[in-house]
Design a protein around this ligand. Structure first.
Ligand code: ATP
Length: 235
């Protein structure tokens, strides 16, 4: 479904990604783990069109999307839930969700997706008239995911959905990610919480200083001494 082929990405003179390649197959949950500053967010931003690779290519369903406008990429079926949520604080929950569908014209489909999102997150339904800025951190994360789903993506890019959440909520968010996947949405998940990420992923990539240094099935990486030491708290 998605093939990232040897991309180089720069911020000015600083090279953030160095020949990064990875693949996401239809129906999978793939996770990207790595320390702060390794380049994980940069990779998601490049896939969703917020950054352009200087070298290499990105193929989505067989066609190059590298360097295309972010709106075009959303239309093709890729939604990005950025780190830090970026919801519109002065708009209601419902208005934030509406914005997620702004490129769509199929009113009945949009209505269906509202219902789906509210089923997935009953809390958002209860708070649909509330200003998004007054939601708790966990509710804001649910809203950010819900808003991305309103674009009806086939591939969902999630950047650290568990960040700053209490352990119980982290579990809830991961359960919901699995549920979204079970309905047919393919997922590329960036996480610092490698334990949780590997527990739901099919496959994983480890990224260090802008390079992929290790990849394999989630099981393989869970068993890897290198991963245990660096990312799983050395258990
Ligand atoms: P984190 O988990 O801390 O978000 P990350 O793996 O997502 O880390 P990136 O945000 O992709 O890392 O950053 C990769 C590198 O690029 C870092 O060295 C970072 O300082 C640098 N970088 C990121 N954004 C910019 C920017 N706008 N301008 C310059 N350098 C940047």
């Amino acid at each position: 479904m998605l093939q990232v082929e040897s991309i180089d990405v720069f911020y000015g003179n600083i090279q953030a990604l160095k020949g990064v390649s990875l693949e996401v197959k239809k129906g999978e949950i793939v996770t990207l783990i790595g320390a702060n500053g390794a380049g994980k967010s940069t990779l998601l931003k490049t896939i969703s069109g917020l950054l352009k690779p200087k070298k290499g290519d990105i193929l989505y369903e067989g066609k190059s999307i590298a360097g295309k406008a972010a709106q075009t990429i959303v239309k093709q079926g890729i939604s990005h839930v950025p780190e830090g949520r970026r919801i519109f604080a002065n708009m209601t929950v419902e208005e934030n969700l509406e914005l997620g569908a702004f490129l769509r014209k199929d009113k009945p489909g949009i209505q269906q997706d509202f219902e789906k999102v509210y089923q997935l997150f009953p809390r958002l339904y209860e708070r649909r008239k509330q200003l998004a800025g007054t939601l708790s951190g966990g509710e804001q994360q649910m809203l950010a995911i819900g808003r991305a789903l309103m674009a009806r993506p086939r591939l969902l890019l999630l950047d650290e959905p568990s960040m700053g959440l209490a352990p119980l909520l982290v579990k809830t968010i991961f359960r919901i990610i699995e549920e979204i996947n079970s309905f047919g949405t393919t997922i590329l998940l960036v996480e610092q919480n490698a334990n949780m990420a590997l527990s739901i992923a099919d496959r994983a990539y480890v990224i260090e200083s802008g390079r992929v240094v290790l990849s394999g099935t989630a099981q393989e990486l869970n068993a890897s001494e290198q991963v245990k030491k660096a990312y799983l708290g050395g258990q």
